[in-house]
Design a protein around this ligand. Structure first.
Ligand code: FES
Length: 368
């Protein structure tokens, strides 16, 4: 039986042809061009019948006093595998821009983990540092972390560092759903947020970078505090010159912006806690005329902040949708779609729109 993933018709493809290649449906060989597997109600086996294979699971280490949590890992809606292509899309990256740990409120309270803090997740294999997302979507004792981030995008947020080397003897599938881990707050000395028109690679205990429409952003956290933040920012961005600066060393607050010909090239915001800013507003300033007001980190009070993009297809922010619910009284996913287009293309944001409606209209039934 040949492989179902057979694209041998493309074997002679040149680099130029690859660069110009349009998407196509596989398989693509001298006998088949696309079509649906299993569409005729049969499996991809010689006789078309399914083959059931009995296996004896090799149990991974059970949770114990040292590693009391069972870590589930998996996908999120915006990214694919290790993000080699999806991370190039700034729009996809704006929804969830860094690796995270979904943890039940009871576990978070017991561990002293606040929302948006960083958690250190460890076991005998290694450690990962992940942004805390407190939610009852996961069960007590069963946190979840996404699998997509790599050394290129978040070297300290890789969950493969935690997954034991156990693989299924037939499929080769790793035991990526059941690592036993310990979790504790990550004791960062400082937190940061950076944006720049050119790509940059931070060098601190935690960082996660993502594409912006006009450049790149990174979430940062460190254990060592630079003596000179302006020098550290010049190193980080590879720029020269004096930035605009707001410093409050006593409170550990530092804000720096680099301009060229009056246009914003890069900015760094540092604080003693996870940095609260309008990331969408700041990202939109890159390459634009800017001045000291950029260091405010948010738009003026008269400009509504759309918030983090919830609908990637139409770039509709979570605050925009919330306002449509609370101020315009839109109570269904369809009504939101009609007014804002959110949820009307691929539909993958519809569950989150529904959850937002339910969250903001507690006494009325949210229906799709
Ligand atoms: S993310 Fe595709 S329709 Fe919203």
């Amino acid at each position: 039986m040949d492989s179902d993933f057979d694209i041998s018709a493309k074997a002679g493809l040149t680099d130029r042809g690859y660069a110009r290649m349009a998407p196509f449906v596989w398989p693509r060989n001298d006998r088949r061009r696309g079509g649906r597997f299993f569409g005729a109600g049969q499996f991809h086996t010689a006789d078309g019948r399914g083959v059931m294979i009995a296996v004896t699971p090799r149990a991974s280490q059970a949770p114990d006093a040292a590693f009391p949590f069972r870590l589930n890992t998996g996908r999120i809606r915006d990214q694919w595998h290790t993000m080699t292509r999806t991370s190039l899309s700034s729009r996809l990256s704006q929804h969830l821009a860094e690796p995270f740990l979904e943890i039940h409120p009871a576990d978070a309270a017991r561990l002293g983990l606040a929302p948006a803090a960083l958690a250190e997740v460890c076991n005998d294999h290694g450690c990962a540092i992940l942004r805390v997302l407190v939610t009852d979507r996961v069960a007590v004792g069963h946190p979840f972390a996404p699998m997509h981030w790599t050394g290129e995008t978040a070297p300290s947020g890789r969950v493969d560092a935690l997954v034991p080397g156990l693989t299924d003897p037939v499929s080769g599938q790793p035991a990526s759903k059941s690592a036993s881990v310990a979790i504790r707050p990550f004791a960062a000395r400082w937190y940061g947020y950076a944006i720049a028109r050119s790509a940059f690679r931070p060098d601190c205990a935690y960082w996660a970078r993502a594409a912006l429409p006009g450049g790149m952003q990174a979430e940062l956290a460190g254990l060592d505090t630079p003596a000179d933040w302006a020098a550290a920012a010049r190193d980080l961005f590879g720029v020269a010159g004096d930035p605009l600066v707001v410093d409050d060393a006593a409170r550990g607050l530092h804000r720096l912006a680099f301009l060229r010909d009056g246009l914003l090239q890069a900015a760094l915001f540092i604080g003693p806690a996870p940095v609260a800013l309008s990331r969408r507003h700041l990202g939109g300033l890159l390459g634009q005329a800017a001045g000291p007001a950029a260091l405010a980190g948010r738009a003026g009070a008269d400009v509504p902040d759309p918030g983090v993009a919830l609908c990637a297809c139409f770039n509709v922010g979570v605050n925009t949708i919330t306002r449509a619910v609370t101020e315009q009284g839109l109570m269904t996913v369809e009504a939101i779609g009609e007014a804002l287009r959110a949820g009307t293309n691929c539909g993958s944001c519809r569950p989150e729109i529904r959850a937002l409606i339910a969250q903001n209209v507690p006494f009325r039934e949210a229906a799709e």
